[in-house]
Design a protein around this ligand. Structure first.
Ligand SMILES: Cc1cc2nc3c(=O)[nH]c(=O)nc-3n(C[C@H](O)[C@H](O)[C@H](O)COP(=O)(O)OP(=O)(O)OC[C@H]3O[C@@H](n4cnc5c(N)ncnc54)[C@H](O)[C@@H]3O)c2cc1C
Length: 459
């Protein structure tokens, strides 16, 4: 029997692939439902997502479902976003990014004369580089010689430099650079440390588009759960695995509660670092030391609310203040009528800060954010249904040190990610965001498929 630990996006995708290859598969999930960080949050009669969940990788999700023998559109209704995001500053300045390149460029030109040409050139360059490198998103870590193909070699200098370098090279105003790199602010990373591929985001928005899943992102793992059951995967919810026993280079058993279960192999969708440093017994001391040094990404603080939003309130509104973490206010019903009155406030926290601050400091920060006035513009009758601080994310989702896995810095990306097949045991594999250079739900699904491929190809 193959044991899959965790029913997050990565675990579900792996389990389906292994079952489709004829293996007996059981998924052990510590919580009562599938989805992990992309799972459903039920509050005040509303089925909500944990985060904002803007989907920037429709091709990656389509590819994943295809690999699983399914068609994404049969399961998930993706709603394209017209205005994709808006970044605001306390002085009232704004930058808006639309699906339309022309509209985005035109508005930039109005506020920053000369910006349209620069922006269009940047998007064109990034679109070309993205097209060259996109296939790597769906393969195991590339070998250096794969990058040496003439069509790809031009992308090497691009990958060696951080996002901040590429944005600065545009010559666009600093505020515009920050607005374009906002997805690194929300991961609590400075532009100068963020990996180059984040520079693709505007190019993806203007070509592929950005989407939300009708009803919420949780509909995606829920669909995978149904597909997995149909494929014969067994699920054991509310069952936390506390140990993976290793004998030499093989894992032999897992421990769940007082059960000691023999396994042919394990795919762990539990946090990658935690799997290798805590779950596997005995661990490899040298590997553990190295992994414990990796910088981590905190899930930040979140406030789940309902309220009435005036029509002009956009889907995603970021607030950027100098020297402060950015904030994000999300209003769902403007883009998805199945989520009436749902609102969310989300703010990143630096992982080192959050650990030092502890629950008390984290709660103080949460309250500061709630009491700010900027997000209330155009919003009435607010009711808070729930809140989350990093320690709560950690407890609910069984995260490693309350983190969403290693934070993807430019340096870490150059060094490589955690491998799908770690050297510690030949029949232990990792699936999920720790093994992919990015923390999107599509990437976690792709990672699960690649982990299963490592098993079926080796057989
Ligand atoms: C606030 C927030 C906003 C986000 N926004 C976006 C977004 O806009 N777009 C996007 O694409 N992505 C977004 N993400 C990221 C995305 O949700 C995650 O990267 C992805 O869902 C991670 O999937 P995973 O497979 O790596 O594992 P996880 O979701 O971490 O799932 C792992 C599963 O394993 C279980 N588990 C752990 N340990 C054990 C154990 N010992 N025994 C049994 N079970 C165990 C957990 O309970 C969990 O169900 C966001 C995440 C957060 C937190």
């Amino acid at each position: 029997m193959y044991a899959v630990i965790g029913a997050g996006m990565g675990g579900l995708a792996s389990a389906i692939q292994l079952a489709r290859s004829g293996r007996e598969v059981t998924v052990f999930e510590a919580t009562a439902q599938p989805g992990g960080l992309a799972g459903r949050v039920d509050l005040g009669g509303h089925a909500m997502d944990g985060g904002p969940y803007i989907l920037l990788d429709r091709p990656g999700l389509e590819w994943s479902f295809e690999q699983l023998g399914e068609t994404l559109a049969d399961h998930i209704d993706l709603i394209p976003l017209d205005e994709t995001w808006r970044v605001c500053w306390p002085n009232g300045q704004e930058v808006r990014v639309y699906r339309s390149l022309e509209q985005t460029a035109q508005e930039l030109e109005y506020a920053y004369p000369g910006a349209a040409k620069r922006y269009i050139r940047y998007v064109e360059q990034m679109t070309k580089t993205y097209q060259r490198l996109a296939p790597f998103q769906r393969s195991r870590p590339p070998k250096p010689w794969q990058l040496l193909r003439p069509s790809r070699v031009a992308a090497v200098p691009f990958l060696l430099r951080p996002l901040g370098h590429h944005l600065a090279a545009t010559g666009l105003a600093e505020k515009v650079q920050h607005a374009l790199g906002i997805w690194t602010h929300i991961a609590s990373q400075p532009l100068a440390k963020a990996p180059a591929p984040l520079a693709f985001v505007p190019a993806i928005v203007h070509s592929v588009g950005a989407f939300v899943a009708r009803g919420g992102v949780h509909t995606i793992p829920e669909a995978l759960h149904r597909i997995a059951e149909k494929a014969g995967v067994q699920f054991r919810f509310n069952t936390r695995v506390t140990r993976i026993d290793r004998s030499g280079d093989r894992v032999t058993h897992i421990v769940a509660g007082d059960e000691h279960i023999a396994v042919d192999g394990v795919v762990s969708n539990a946090p990658g670092i935690g799997t290798l440093t805590e779950l596997v017994q005995p661990p490899d001391p040298a590997l553990s030391r190295e992994l414990k040094e990796l910088p981590l990404q905190s899930p930040g603080v979140a406030v789940y609310m309902t309220g009435d939003a005036e029509p002009q309130v956009p889907f995603l509104r970021f607030m950027l203040r100098p020297d402060e973490p950015c904030r994000l206010f999300i209003r769902f019903d403007g883009v998805d009528e199945t989520r009436p009155r749902q609102l969310r406030l989300l703010c990143p926290t630096d992982h080192t800060w959050a650990e030092a601050a502890g629950p008390e400091g984290q709660t103080q920060y949460l309250n500061t954010v709630i009491n700010e006035s900027w997000w209330r513009a155009g919003i009435d009758n607010v009711e808070t249904l729930g809140t989350r601080i990093p320690v709560e994310w950690g407890r609910r989702h069984h995260l490693y040190r309350d983190s969403m896995n290693p934070v993807m810095t430019a340096k870490y990306m150059r060094r490589g990610r955690l491998p799908h097949s770690p050297s510690i045991a030949t029949n232990l594999h990792l699936a999920g965001s720790a093994t992919h250079p990015g923390q999107w739900v599509s990437f976690a699904a792709i990672s699960g498929i690649l982990a299963a491929a490592a098993i079926t190809e080796d057989a």
